[in-house]
Design a binder for this molecule. Sequence first.
Ligand code: KIV
Ligand code: NA
Length: 268
Amino acid sequence: MTTTRGLRDREEPITILTAYDAPTAAIVDEAGIDAVLVGDSMGNAALGYDSTLPVTFDEVASRTAAVARATEDALVVADMPFLSFGVDEAESVRNAGRLLKEANADAVKIESGPHTVDMTRHMTDVGIPVMAHLGLTPQHVNRLGGYTRQGTEREAAEEIIDLAGAHAEAGAFALVLEHVPANLAGAVTEALAIPTIGIGAGPDCDGQVLVINDAVGLGEWAPPFSRQFGDVRGEMLDAVEAYRDAVRSGEFPADEHSHVEEDLDELY
Ligand code: KIV
Ligand code: NA
């Protein structure tokens, strides 16, 4: 069983992938990935939305429960979706707690900012491990004006370093750094005692996370900072076309897929 403390003590780089359903989580777990993130990236990757903003608490809770049922060793981290936290602190803590209590997550992730420092401490105090997330925070796409690299100017970079420290101080057990310059991620990693997990943040983080669709080649598109380690979309398309052709040609189902009940001879 991977624990939040276990992640911190790992010698090798930490590996994290997203998953949104049981069969995918079982594969990720079987491969020995350290943590499964039930990301709100499910909005794009699994639910057909064009951003993460429409993703609901119930969608994340349901997917988290499915992932948790299929996971034996990996840490299960549930992402808190847009507006499920940050409006009211008590409600935020209760929602985070429900992801542990009802959906069997081991920890939550929140898109962090100046407004989440006290919230992170509050969650940690009641026993909810928090993974912080700085740099590009996709729930802020309307404020940021796009999914652009963050922390590219000195002032913005220093703000990320300060916020990273504040969240570590508040008890966060790890920090995701998304789409920031590699040297900023390196500086944050150097400064923090908790592990940094990069996505589009260069090689100097303590670990890496990718969206599973991007990593295995399930989507039609992947961000340039990602890498397709497989061609699952191509494999599935081949299989689906083979099924279509086999049914149309009458080749499937064959005798070996069928059962004839002798007693039913001369039924009509
Ligand atoms: O939702 C998600 O998958 C994420 C990761 C990309 C860090 O937040
Ligand atoms: Na997310």
